[in-house]
Design a binder for this molecule. Structure first.
Ligand SMILES: Nc1ncnc2c1ncn2[C@@H]1O[C@H](COP(=O)(O)OP(=O)(O)OP(=O)(O)O)[C@@H](O)[C@H]1O
Length: 924
């Protein structure tokens, strides 16, 4: 015993397989003979992975002679996607742990890298440990298989995809026994060890894998059949082994093996003796065929290849010591190890793996690195392999196995190994879809400012990633390398969120999926147009900071009924900030008290979605009189309630009373109540709630207008605020009556018949609400809200729906924004007549590719030379370009003389570079 500590290793690999291992990214660990080894296999862990390509044990005779043996396993972790699955798989693996002690094998000479994400699969034990004692007991144990092992259901996905193309599919309809679970399978495996040992000692091929040799003629597989058992094993060039049993009938005639190597009869003998009607291995879920790989040749929960490899090594080591041993005697000798599979462990593995673990045994840690002299059999690649460094250990000591086994069943995410994608550049760790994984992008994070500027993680959403990324490499010539994301943004970044009204197939898209709804577009465009509208020969003056006045009044009717002064409304633009405002002018108002106009200040603080915001009030003589001007928000194309509900004329100019739906009316009520609540809470009163002073700014969207006007013009009246607030309720009730009945009445008496009229159209609840508002009792807005609570909730719900659909529309515009940016860039580059006194700039170098790309996207022609106008193609191309995906396209010049095959990624790089050149020359 050389060491008393326990170490972990995942893989034991012979040097002769190093090259293979390196290509497969398999860590290596070499062992010397004469050491005790206790091995733990990941067991069923690999069954939970979908892409296990190899699982192989390699045995080399030469290595055995040099007192070394190797066993290799590759377990690809990359497909265990998320932590929970990893943890789940690791937990299963723990359960599947088996312990085997093999005498005569030394401690590892050079530990190497662990497979990331896997639990330790091997632990080294001192000679004479409890494991050895168990080992010796095996011979006396009987072969049994536990019910659990047999009954555990196996699904098709238990076995990964076909490990190699050379594996034979099992004929359809042949039932495949659950590999490693049935007693017959255990039996097979027991005997398989014999085959292996014999092959190992008789074959001289380098491609021996578990003693099965590559077929020389076909350079592919070696099919080994017994005449009776019809058993075949296959060793593919990648050394994965598949085997199948197809019952008593062989599909491959034995004659096809004429002239094969001498190893065949030996195998045949072994197989003939032991294996009948047995099949095992890997099952394909897709075509019902069964594929068998050697790695599944195991009892359930067993360290299959490792165990077999070690077992064979022991056998071959013994063969070495007695060169005269015949294959038959080897076969017999091998049986002494069969108790490994059918003895005590076989029993306990099926029931409780914990029992069999020799965790209490003292363990050793490999203390020495491989002696250079001993590395004669180690290839250069193996020798230069990175040393094994346990990832989770703070100290340099190896992980004691007991630590891992102590809590095998509890789920502890912290124990789950970090998944590191093997093929990625670790300097750019990205998770799916480009989101930063290990380092979350946070532009405000200043943690590392004290140190040297850290390399900025790639932010896929940043337009100019090179500029500050990579320590400002973008600023220095020669370092501005294009840092595209390893996992590019998905070109189909259209991820429209609901609400979706129609059920269409996933690949189907409406044109309006890519753009905002026509209705909204039209409305917004009209509003923009209205906002920008000017009157060419306007006589309206410019005053204060306002200019470009446009009258908004629809009639020339001078009405002083509401405010006591004729009022005019204009749209104007501010010279201060360029914004548009609405100016309400009270004609002929003479300011007698400065304080009156100050009350507007308080109105500025009123912030409600249902009140037109007031900004300022002042007097002016610009109109040739003394006018009072109120500056409020401008809501283009808004209408007053009178214009909307009470004055809608038919085509003959006659007004047709239209009944406002009750739901709409409730919506108005809730909005006005909300405005009143805000105003009353600001210690103000609405005072003016005429239908002509309530604006509808968009569909069913109300805003109280001209609220502050009466506070100014009737300032001298000095009415108490509570009175005014109580009056607001009456005005509110009256407003509802006007809208509900489509009539305007001026007096309280005139209201009564209107309310009765309402009762014929609307529900009692609405009429009661109106009556309550009109009643003389003292009210509060909170009380009112309590009464209409259910309608408030309804109103909120419809507001949320409206918001959802607007947000959804916004999404499509977001994507259009991406394309617009790209088009702008392409537009500045393509066909540019000159750049830096170089008239050919746009047609040379990388710009030429962009020119061809432009033709590819926009100027397509069909086979007959007719133009093809395909918006979908344009959108797809631009989005792919924006994402910089690896898809290739063929760009051809117009004369057909030049053709490029480029990826979108390259074109994106060229766009970025050409545009950067443009900006650079502009700065100069
Ligand atoms: N803040 C505003 N933003 C946009 N348009 C407004 C704004 N305020 C009023 N208007 C519009 O100006 C026009 C005139 O409004 P006003 O309040 O004078 O109504 P009116 O029907 O003329 O009432 P009155 O007969 O009492 O003058 C209306 O069409 C109204 O839609």
């Amino acid at each position: 015993m050389e060491n008393n500590e326990t170490t972990d290793c995942d893989v034991l690999m012979h040097p002769s397989a190093t090259t293979w291992a390196m290509t497969k990214n398999i860590p290596r660990l070499e062992l010397e003979s004469d050491a005790d080894i206790t091995m733990r296999s990941p067991g069923r862990l690999r069954h939970h992975q979908s892409n296990i390509t190899e699982n192989i044990a390699v045995l080399d005779k030469e290595a055995a002679e040099n007192s070394k043996f190797t066993v290799g396993i590759q377990l690809e972790k990359a497909n265990v996607e998320d932590d929970s699955k990893q943890a789940h798989a690791a937990k299963k693996a723990e359960k599947a742990t088996a312990t085997v002690s093999i005498p005569g094998i030394k401690s590892p000479v050079k530990p190497s890298n662990r497979i990331q994400g896997l639990e330790p699969t091997a632990q080294f034990r001192p000679a004479g440990s409890e494991a050895n004692k168990l080992w010796n007991d095996f011979g006396r144990a009987q072969a049994t298989t536990t019910p659990e092992a047999c009954n555990e259901p196996a699904t098709a996905t238990d076995f990964g995809p076909l490990s190699h193309p050379g594996a034979f599919p099992m004929s359809r309809g042949v039932k495949t026994p659950n590999p490693g679970r049935s007693p017959s399978m255990q039996h097979l495996i027991r005997k398989q060890s014999s085959i292996i040992s014999q092959l190992d000692t008789t074959s001289t091929s380098d491609s021996i894998a578990f003693g099965v040799q590559r077929e020389p003629q076909h350079g592919k597989d070696l099919h080994v059949f017994s005449q009776q058992a019809q058993y075949s094993t296959v060793c593919h060039r990648n050394q994965a082994i598949a085997a199948r049993g197809i019952g008593t009938k062989s599909r491959t005639p034995a004659s096809s093996y004429k002239g094969r190597k001498k190893t065949k009869p030996t195998i045949r003998t072994a197989v003939q003796a032991e294996h009948r009607q047995t099949s095992f291995g890997m099952r394909s879920s897709r075509n019902q065929n069964a594929y068998f790989s050697y790695d599944s040749l195991a009892v359930d929960n067993q360290p299959r290849p490792l165990l077999r490899g070690l077992l064979n090594q022991v056998v071959s080591a013994q063969t070495r010591t007695n060169p005269k041993t015949t294959s038959t005697s080897l076969h017999q000798e091998s049986h002494q190890y069969e108790h490994l599979f059918n003895g005590k462990y076989a029993n306990t593995w099926g029931t409780s793996t914990k029992k069999t673990l020799s965790v209490e045994s003292p363990a050793f840690t490999p203390a020495t690195l491989p002696v250079p002299g001993k590395g004669a059999t180690i290839s250069a690649q193996a020798a230069s392999a990175a040393p094994f460094t346990p990832r989770n250990l703070a100290s340099g000591t190896a992980t004691p196995s007991s630590q891992i086994e102590a809590e095998p069943t509890t789920f502890n995410p912290a124990q789950a190994r970090e998944f590191t994608p093997q093929n990625y550049d670790v300097s750019q760790q990205l998770s799916t879809n480009g989101a930063a994984d290990a380092q979350v992008f946070d532009p405000f994070a200043m943690a590392a400012v004290a140190q040297a500027i850290p390399s900025t993680p790639y932010n896929p959403y940043l337009e100019e990633n090179n500029q500050l990324g990579a320590n400002g490499a973008g600023y220095y010539q020669g370092q501005a390398s294009y840092a595209a994301s390893i996992q590019p943004l998905q070109y189909h970044l259209y991820a429209p969120i609901g609400p979706h009204k129609e059920d269409i197939l996933s690949y189907q898209r409406h044109a309006h999926d890519f753009f905002m709804p026509e209705k909204i577009r039209e409305e917004l465009q009209k509003k923009t147009e209205a906002t920008l509208q000017v009157m060419p020969n306007s006589q309206l003056p410019d005053f204060e900071n306002y200019h470009s006045l446009v009258a908004l009044d629809t009639t020339h009717h001078r009405s002083a009924t509401v405010f006591g002064y004729p009022s005019w409304v204009y749209k104007a633009q501010s010279a201060k900030n360029g914004n548009f405002y609405c100016l309400r002018r009270l004609e002929g108002y003479k300011l007698s008290n400065e304080n009156s106009i100050r009350s507007v200040k308080e109105w500025r603080r009123v912030d409600s979605g249902s009140v037109v915001t007031i900004h300022d009030a002042f007097t002016t003589r610009a109109f040739g009189d003394s006018s009072l001007i109120f500056v409020t928000d401008y809501h283009p194309l808004s209408k007053t309630l009178v214009e909307h509900h009470l004055a809608s004329p038919n085509r003959f100019g006659n007004r047709i009373p239209t009944t406002v739906p009750e739901q709409v009316l409730w919506g108005y009520i809730v909005q006005i109540a909300s405005a009143i609540k805000t105003i009353h809470e600001a210690n103000l009163a609405v005072r003016c709630m005429e239908p002509s002073k309530v604006l509808i700014t968009s569909k069913n969207r109300l805003r109280l207008n001209a609220c502050s006007v009466l506070d100014v013009v009737q300032h001298d009246a000095q009415r108490a605020l509570p009175d005014l607030q109580q009056e607001d309720f009456f005005l509110f009730g009256r407003l509802i009556v006007y809208i509900g009945t489509n009539q305007l009445g001026q007096h309280l008496q005139a209201l009564k018949p209107l309310v009765e009229q309402m009762a014929r159209t609307y529900t009692k609840e609405l009429c009661d609400t109106v009556n309550w508002l009109l009643s003389p009792s003292v009210k509060s807005i909170a009380e009112f809200y309590t009464g209409i609570a259910s309608h408030v909730v309804d109103s909120l719900d419809s507001a949320l729906h409206a918001e959802d659909s607007l947000t959804s529309s916004l999404f499509s515009e977001l994507e259009n924004g991406r394309m617009a940016r790209l088009l702008m860039k392409l537009g500045t580059i393509n066909e540019r007549p000159e750049y830096d006194s170089d008239p050919k700039w746009a047609d040379t170098g990388e710009r030429y590719v962009l020119k061809l790309f432009r033709d590819y996207v926009f100027h397509r022609v069909d086979a007959n030379g007719h133009q093809v106008v395909d918006m979908g193609h344009i959108i797809a191309c631009l989005n792919k370009l924006d994402a910089g995906i690896d898809e290739k396209m063929l760009l051809e010049s117009r004369d057909g003389q030049t053709a490029f095959v480029v990826t979108y990624r390259e074109v994106k790089k060229q766009v970025a570079s050409a545009f950067a050149d443009l900006l650079k020359s502009q700065r100069r």
